[in-house]
Design a protein around this ligand. Structure first.
Ligand SMILES: NC(=O)C1=CN([C@@H]2O[C@H](COP(=O)(O)OP(=O)(O)OC[C@H]3O[C@@H](n4cnc5c(N)ncnc54)[C@H](O)[C@@H]3O)[C@@H](O)[C@H]2O)C=CC1
Ligand SMILES: C[N+](C)(C)CCCC(=O)O
Length: 518
């Protein structure tokens, strides 16, 4: 039975993929049988490749299938077809592009549950969260559809009737490199502004989560983009390198780890290619004693436990003013204990499985080290084995709250990328700001307080691109999102992203004779 995820047959596809009537209890049944590259208007088997790798279902540890890592010839074919599509797409008006993006957003909305189900099966996050991710995804397409028609230049009057105008032009073929934590959403955050500006995009998802982006490719085709405008090339570091170094690629946008970001920046430097880097880190959430305690506790859970803690902007260093340390900690532990872990396709599950066995072990290793360095596990931090027999080999753990933490501990300095919250006491505003900024990372930060002046003063002092006051980790697509310091540069979302997917041309128009200096 062939797995079909293309548009017209999504319902039947899911009846072949998941038992139709029991979609919510279908963990452990999906098999991968379709090709995972997308070129032109169809799924294809890459023409060359280095080797095959397995795709896992994190909740069961089951292998869902295998796929080939694309080689240089496949990469070149994708670039050639993207270049052809770019010629057509970049000539369209913003309003024409807008209509196609709106149609794609509509289809995503219509297929919300199927996409979220796929994301849950391949990533391990709860279906509850996956649906939110899909909503943010179509909102991104809608938002940039709205901006596409507003792309405009300036007119500048010069002496003697001479004048100039500026044109905001597309860059060409953009290469998007995705991480495994938000597979569908990251693809949309990159594709939406890229396509709105008139570019083509080749997308390489993480090899751990290669599946859901194929649905996006098929949706773009159904919505009416030219053949080749959005391609999917599967693979790992080698495939990524071929694309970064390909002379036909005009821009790179990367979401992932700092070490890989450094390698990509080196490659983009060699080709002088514009680059957006959305990297991770270790971010501060500062809770003052005058906070509304319940909101601050909820904020800390939002900052640490979404998607099993595998979130680039998490506020994992939770600084709590000493007067409320005990009350806050007790409440956080109580609420963390209540998080329902288990089959991610069940409606009431709020924490699913981590992405892979090695990643789970790495996260547990951080907790072991934290204990050795003097931290106290106040809750969780151990593997979790659900009662359901089919989940026995899944990559589950209980979310972890660490007390007795110090700034010099590894768990406080390094990105764990798992559900591990470190609580750190502080006394004064000045002290906490200094400690909060004492890191090379700067993607996000948050503050909880009822004192409005202090709230604005503290976020003004935070060295981070995305700051929250009295909330954390919400992601309206209208807001620019990106890092300071080693967490990257460039912005995704918001109007700002349009600048990173376009370039400015100035046209100077002489209305008189040429005055020569010779
Ligand atoms: N900031 C964030 O959102 C993320 C941070 N991470 C962190 O990174 C750790 C490792 O996760 P990985 O998935 O291995 O992250 P990674 O940064 O190595 O991979 C991200 C993407 O880059 C690609 N890639 C890797 N090497 C490349 C190269 N030389 N040229 C071009 N593309 C390349 C990968 O195939 C993947 O699509 C995690 O445990 C976590 O700590 C991981 C994913 C997302
Ligand atoms: C959606 N949000 C804000 C929770 C995370 C998005 C950034 C990322 O980790 O890729």
């Amino acid at each position: 039975m062939i797995l079909r995820l293309n548009l017209k047959s999504l319902i039947s596809s899911f009846s072949s993929f998941l038992p139709a009537a029991t979609m919510s209890s279908a963990t452990g049944t999906s098999q991968l049988q379709q090709q995972l590259n997308y070129r032109g208007t169809a799924r294809v088997q890459p023409v060359d490749g280095s080797h095959s790798e397995e795709v896992y279902e994190p909740a069961t540890g089951r292998v869902m299938g295998k796929f080939l890592f694309s080689g240089e010839k496949e990469v070149d074919l994708a670039v050639q077809s993207a270049k052809a599509a770019f010629k057509i797409w970049s000539q369209k008006s913003g309003m024409e592009r807008s209509r196609v993006l709106l149609e794609a957003a509509r289809i995503i909305r219509e297929r919300r549950d199927e996409i979220a189900t796929m994301e849950t099966i391949n990533n391990g996050k709860s279906i509850f969260e996956a649906r939110i991710d899909v909503d943010i995804s179509w909102q991104s397409l809608e938002y940039y559809a709205g901006l596409a028609g507003a792309i405009a230049g300036q007119h500048v009057q010069l002496p003697g009737g001479t004048f100039a105008y500026t044109r905001r032009e597309a860059l060409g073929v953009c290469f998007g490199i995705g991480a495994w934590n938000y597979p569908f959403q990251i693809a949309c955050w990159k594709a939406a502004p890229a396509l709105a500006c008139g570019n083509a995009m080749i997308y390489k998802p993480s090899p751990l989560t290669p599946i859901s982006v194929l649905m996006l490719a098929e949706i773009f085709t159904e919505a009416g983009v030219p053949s080749g405008l959005f391609s999917v090339v599967q693979g790992g570091a080698d495939t990524g390198r071929f694309l970064c170094q390909h002379p036909g690629v005009a821009k790179i946008s990367f979401t992932g780890s700092v070490p890989t970001g450094i390698k990509i920046m080196e490659m983009s430097a060699k080709g002088i290619k514009p680059l957006t880097l959305e990297l991770g880190g270790k971010f501060p959430l500062i809770i003052f004693s005058d906070s509304v305690l319940e909101n601050a506790v909820t904020g800390a859970l939002m900052a640490n436990f979404l998607t099993q803690g595998e979130v680039c902007c998490n506020g994992t260093r939770v600084f709590v003013q000493r007067e409320i340390l005990q009350a806050f900690t007790d409440e956080v532990v109580k609420r963390t204990q209540k998080i329902k872990i288990g089959d991610p396709l069940l409606e009431d599950t709020r924490m699913g499985a981590l992405i892979s066995r090695p990643h789970l072990e790495r996260v547990l290793g951080f907790i072991k080290q934290a204990k050795e360095q003097g931290a106290k596990v106040l809750y969780g931090g151990d593997p979790y084995v659900p009662e359901d027999a089919k989940l026995t080999n899944g990559y589950f753990m209980r979310p972890c709250v660490l007390g007795n933490c110090r700034d010099d501990m590894t768990c406080v300095k390094e990105e764990i990328f798992g559900p591990v919250m470190s609580i750190l006491p502080f006394d004064t505003e000045e002290e906490v700001l200094e400690r909060a900024n004492n890191t090379n990372f700067g993607l996000a930060g948050g503050v909880f307080t009822r004192d409005i002046q202090r709230a604005h003063r503290v976020v003004a002092g935070l060295q981070a691109g995305m700051c929250f006051i009295n909330n954390y980790n919400i992601s309206p697509v209208e807001l620019p999102f990106g890092g300071y310091k080693m967490s990257g540069f460039g912005r995704e979302n918001g109007q700002a992203a349009m600048e990173y997917y376009s370039q400015l041309k100035t046209v100077c128009v002489e209305m008189g004779d040429v005055e020569s200096v010779f």
